[in-house]
Design a protein around this ligand. Structure first.
Ligand code: NAD
Length: 476
């Protein structure tokens, strides 16, 4: 994907990269001149964004596939276009309600005054996004920020330069430069970007970089939403059909070849059902991906560094005595970076695969006897971004929900909570802070402004000296 000058798109962009400080300054001035876009203006922005995404959907599919080696067309359409268009539709349907000031109660002593909460645009919002869903994770926070009436600067990942080009093209087609802009570049650009005095900064990426970003943002007390990663546990209850659980878990794990922040990271299986679960996983892979190497439905690992990292996890687990089961024959195809789903049975706590977020198609299996063991394990580890439980016994479901804390949960499924337009999304502790998607996104990108209106009638009499015995009246 070299340009005519021989430079990669990333390099050629770097040379004429716009000055991010100047862009922010322009956006600030524009915000000052027009601080509250109307409902109609926001709807028009969302409409144009939706139309551009749909018009460019094949460009999106092509660009991401070029960046990855192969990215399933279906996965790109669903996770980068359909999901974002759903978020736009949802915002459009609810925007009038969301923008409406919310009347609040006034205590009797202040009547007949009134009070309300207004939702005010913050100003300029920064977005830093990762490579694994390069369009969705840039545009989805943009939708909430635009609905809330803000201007936005997006810094996408340097690992997916073709996707960044399409993102930039869409943004330029739809928005004026003082409304939305894309700034490309690697970690150094990210550093500089996260030090800008934004009114809010959304970072999606690793926990390690999240800490740097939060530290940088603290210089200006810029509030942050951190969408981070971690190891999302999956627990199969004793009462759930094991073969069906295997199918749903493999489907979640294999989507984007496991390169998903909320992918089921490892799975707890009732001890007596471990072999049946392994058999179920084999059957699921045979059914979903009869072939891996030439299968366009199966996404590649994004680059050699990540491919080697995953291979390293397997070597480490093998050396430490875990059983490795390849469910397809593509484990070692480094040239194409296709890695089929692989099970690691009973890896020890000392294995890298049980310490690091996997972010690839490797699924560790841990046998358990008693549900409380699994709850204890989860609670002894950093709070995860997602948790999955399979079972129909409501008391067991409630036990897991009450006793564990995670960013989100799907019951009897993996990952689908993120696709619900009306649910907020966000981590907890090391998996992140703050929420976006749905109404929560609108709220995160707004200043909730409490406003008190004194009545023409009330002369504040009870609050003015000389107080006399007035204070006692408050406690009657
Ligand atoms: P990453 O943290 O390496 O990079 C993310 C972004 O930060 C990129 O744009 C990168 O250029 C930028 N960056 C890198 N160093 C920086 C620095 N020092 N200062 C400022 N910005 C910097 O993450 P990644 O490898 O692109 O993505 C994978 C991670 O993202 C995984 O941990 C995954 O779980 C997480 N993730 C989370 C979500 C979520 O919604 N919670 C979604 C997708 C991915």
């Amino acid at each position: 994907t070299a340009t005519s000058s021989g430079a990669t798109p990333q390099e050629s962009k770097t040379a004429d990269r716009p000055d991010m400080h100047a862009i922010l300054k322009t956006m600030r001035a524009a915000h000052k001149a027009s601080p509250a876009p109307t409902y109609e203006e926001r709807i028009a922005s969302l409409d144009k964004l939706e139309a551009a995404l749909l018009a460019h959907k094949e460009d999106i599919v092509r660009a991401i596939s070029t960046d990855f080696g192969n990215r399933s067309r279906h996965e790109s359409l669903v996770s980068e276009v359909f999901v974002v268009v759903g978020a736009i539709k949802h915002a459009r349907d609810h925007l009038r309600d969301w923008m409406e000031p919310e009347g609040r109660e006034v205590a009797w002593a202040f009547l007949p005054a009134s009070a309300e909460v207004q939702m005010q645009p913050l100003g300029v919002v920064g977005i830093i996004s990762p490579w694994n869903y390069p369009i969705q994770l840039g545009i989805s926070p943009l939708v909430g920020a635009l609905a809330a009436g803000n201007r936005v600067m997006i810094k996408p990942s340097e690992l997916t330069p073709n996707s960044s080009e399409v993102l930039d093209q869409i943004v330029r087609e739809v928005f004026k430069p003082d409304q939305v802009a894309v700034i490309t570049g690697g970690p150094e650009v990210g550093e500089e970007f996260s030090k800008l005095p934004f009114d809010h900064l959304v970072f999606t990426g690793s926990t390690r970089v999240g800490k740097i970003v939060m530290r940088n943002a603290s210089e200006h007390l810029t509030p942050v939403t951190l969408e981070l990663g971690g190891k999302s546990p999956t627990i199969i209850g004793d009462d759930f059909a094991i073969e069906e659980a295997a199918l749903r878990i493999i489907a979640g794990k294999a989507f984007n070849a496991g390169q998903t922040c909320i992918a089921p990271d490892y799975v707890f299986v009732p001890a007596k059902k471990v072999e049946a679960f392994i058999a179920g996983c084999k059957k699921a892979v045979a059914k979903l991906y009869p072939d891996i190497r030439r299968n366009e439905d199966y996404t590649t690992i994004v680059n050699e560094r990540h491919f080697d990292r995953l291979r390293g996890y397997l070597d480490d687990a093998r050396e430490k005595g875990a059983r490795i089961i390849e469910l397809a024959d593509a484990e070692s195809d480094r040239a194409t970076r296709k890695m089929g789903p692989i099970l690691v049975v009973q890896p020890g706590e000392d294995t890298v695969v049980m310490q690091e977020e996997i972010f690839g198609p490797i699924l560790p299996i841990l046998a358990y006897e008693d549900l409380d063991e699994t709850i204890e394990y989860v609670n002894e580890h950093p709070r995860p971004l997602a948790l999955y439980y399979f079972g129909y016994d409501q008391s067991q479901i409630d036990r897991v929900l009450e006793r564990t804390t995670s960013g989100g949960v799907s019951i009897n499924e993996t990952m689908l909570h993120v696709a619900q337009d009306d649910l907020p999304f966000g981590g907890v502790g090391p998996s992140g802070m703050g929420h976006y998607h749905a109404h929560e996104g609108f709220v995160s990108f707004s200043k909730k402004k409490p406003v008190f209106y004194q009545s023409r009638l009330n002369a504040r009499s009870l609050l003015l000296p000389p107080y006399g015995k007035a204070a006692n009246m408050f406690f009657r």
